[in-house]
Design a protein around this ligand. Structure first.
Ligand SMILES: N[C@@H](CCC(=O)N[C@@H](CS)C(=O)NCC(=O)O)C(=O)O
Length: 279
């Protein structure tokens, strides 16, 4: 992954600036030569009539590698980034300053065309693929890298598991982002919601041999469940709850030790330990 400071343009615009620079340089050279010859600079030749007019410049040139744009925090991009890491994809991360201020406004205005719902994350691939919606992005990557099951039945089952994980994450979010009666919300999550979800996922894992949620291969449901467990573990009392569910605790430890997952969290400059500012 290529890491950089947040810029509105990211890699993409740097290409466009480069080509602008080249054009300006060429024009200057051409004018210089015309001056040397004592000739009045003539306008550049118009394009051949038998050729189609060049298309309007794109809003932005194609990206060189898969590029993900989101805030400079984990938030909704964490699951996408983790999946890209697990898939071994070489990608660019284009971080937008968080919380959204001028930098976000500038990006949103400049790339309104690609931001279907005026939201990030946004994911692009060389060749023109340009999509938003974190779950759609995740499923696209999972399909591309075979991280969505080996047959239709598994794929559907993984989809179901993923939606369950989303509900688990939402329960975590309700406690984590609670502004009123926060203590109560945190206690509800730790004492009621988390054990309920961990009981359900224990049953699923037990039925499937304990290693993965579905089939005999890691899927995007597993990597996202890992994130839900990690966020739970990082809350006060969270690890204690996980330890009450030995199948989950073993699964969590195993996932945590996977080399690509371990390396990602060890090196991620956009990671914060929850609880911190949310997304
Ligand atoms: N369902 C969308 C929700 C995306 C979303 O709400 N993104 C927020 C950031 S976390 C956003 O772009 N907000 C626009 C704004 O703050 O102006 C997804 O999962 O991608």
């Amino acid at each position: 992954m290529f890491l950089k400071e947040p810029t509105v343009e990211g890699t993409v615009i740097r290409q466009s600036l480069k080509s602008d620079k080249n054009t300006t340089k060429k024009k200057e050279m051409w004018e210089e030569r015309a001056k040397e010859k004592g000739a009045a600079p003539a306008p550049p030749k118009s394009p051949r009539k038998d050729r189609a007019e060049p298309a309007e410049p794109e809003l932005e040139p194609h990206v060189n590698k898969p590029t993900l744009t989101y805030w400079e925090i984990p938030g909704r991009a964490e699951s996408v980034r983790l999946l890209l890491e697990v898939a071994g994809e070489d990608y660019d991360y284009n971080p937008i300053r968080y919380p959204g201020g001028e930098h976000w406004k500038e990006y949103r205005t400049k790339y309104a065309e690609g931001l279907t719902f005026s939201q990030i994350p946004r994911y692009q691939e060389p060749g023109g693929l340009d999509v938003v919606q974190s779950h759609s992005i995740l499923r696209h990557i999972a399909r591309k890298y075979g991280l969505n099951g080996t047959n239709e039945r598994e794929t559907t089952r993984i989809d179901v598991m993923y939606e369950g994980v989303q509900d688990f994450l939402a329960a975590h979010g309700r406690a984590f982002y609670a502004t009123r009666e926060k203590e109560k919300a945190l206690a509800t999550f730790i004492n009621d919601a988390a054990p309920t979800w961990l009981t359900a996922f224990t049953k699923v894992l037990e039925k499937n041999g304990g290693e993965f949620l579905v089939g005999s291969k890691l899927s995007y449901a597993d990597t996202t469940l890992f994130i839900a467990l990690k966020r739970t573990a990082e809350m006060e009392g969270g690890m204690g709850v996980i330890e009450k569910f030995p199948v989950i605790a073993a699964y969590y430890a195993k996932m945590q030790a996977l080399p690509r997952i371990k390396a990602f969290y060890a090196s991620d400059p956009y990671h914060f330990t929850w609880p911190a500012e949310g997304s």
